[in-house]
Design a protein around this ligand. Structure first.
Ligand SMILES: *Cc1c(COP(=O)(O)O)cnc(C)c1O
Length: 231
């Protein structure tokens, strides 16, 4: 069953790329496995998936410990400073940096491990009160501040668009984020590249790809609905 889901998602990605005149290789599919049991992760690992996204540090570390070593793990959820030490150097990318203080802690932990930690700056493009992320207005200043930290490398922007019935409603937001990333890129700050645009989830990844996403984070479309109430 997961195999069929995955094939459908893959087809959609290919279709969106073709429609936008983009190469499929420009888009990384992140399988968002939060709340799902390891058996399900193993099932799609067997289908060739090597990039997984999780939103909680404890769950991420537990799964990392039992899954194969060649997986690239992405931290996509809100991150508390006291948990940074558990993931720096272990995850491929942190998508959810929205304050200087968080970046500073990532920098401290990365320095200890003598690595440079790749991160994305999370932008709350629709300015929803319920979501984390810096405003589009403040993003550039935040990127500039974080760029001073030597053991952190900004690789682009991430956004979580509103939960809408018609994904077309989010097109303007995706376009706005892309525009913002182009503006930041023009400033040519050191330690900053805008090569990654992490945007698009199950409901809207096709539109996000058409608007330039280089990473899409798909959970439900691969693993099915999440049930937060069973234990
Ligand atoms: C859960 C989650 C996703 C995946 O959402 P789906 O709608 O299930 O595809 C993507 N990004 C973030 C940050 C998430 O927390």
């Amino acid at each position: 069953m997961l195999k069929e889901n995955l094939m459908r998602v893959e087809e959609d990605i290919q279709h969106a790329c073709t429609k936008a005149g983009r190469d499929r290789a420009e888009v990384t599919l992140i399988a968002v496995s939060k709340t799902k049991p390891v058996e399900m992760l193993q099932e799609i690992y067997a289908e060739g998936i090597r990039v997984f996204g999780e939103n909680k540090v404890q769950e991420l570390c537990d799964k990392m410990d039992v899954m194969p070593q060649d997986i690239k793990w992405h931290m996509i959820g809100h991150l508390q400073r006291n948990k940074v030490k558990y993931i720096v150097g272990r995850v491929a990318l942190i998508h959810s940096v929205d304050t200087y203080r968080l970046a500073e802690e990532i920098n401290i932990q990365a320095k200890k491990k003598n690595i440079i930690m790749p991160i994305l700056v999370e932008v709350n493009i629709a300015e929803e009160a319920t979501k984390f992320g810096t405003s589009a207005e403040d993003a550039r200043l935040l990127v500039e501040e974080i760029s001073q930290l030597e053991n952190v490398a900004i690789k682009g922007l991430m956004t979580i668009a509103p939960n809408v019935a018609d994904p077309e409603e989010n097109r303007a937001y995706f376009r706005g984020i892309r525009q913002l990333s182009k503006e930041i890129e023009k400033a040519q700050m050191k330690n900053v590249s805008m090569e990654i645009l992490s945007m698009g989830m199950t409901g809207d990844y096709r539109v996000a790809i058409e608007e330039g996403a280089t990473m899409v984070r798909v959970g439900t479309g691969i693993f099915g609905e999440r049930n937060y109430h069973t234990t």
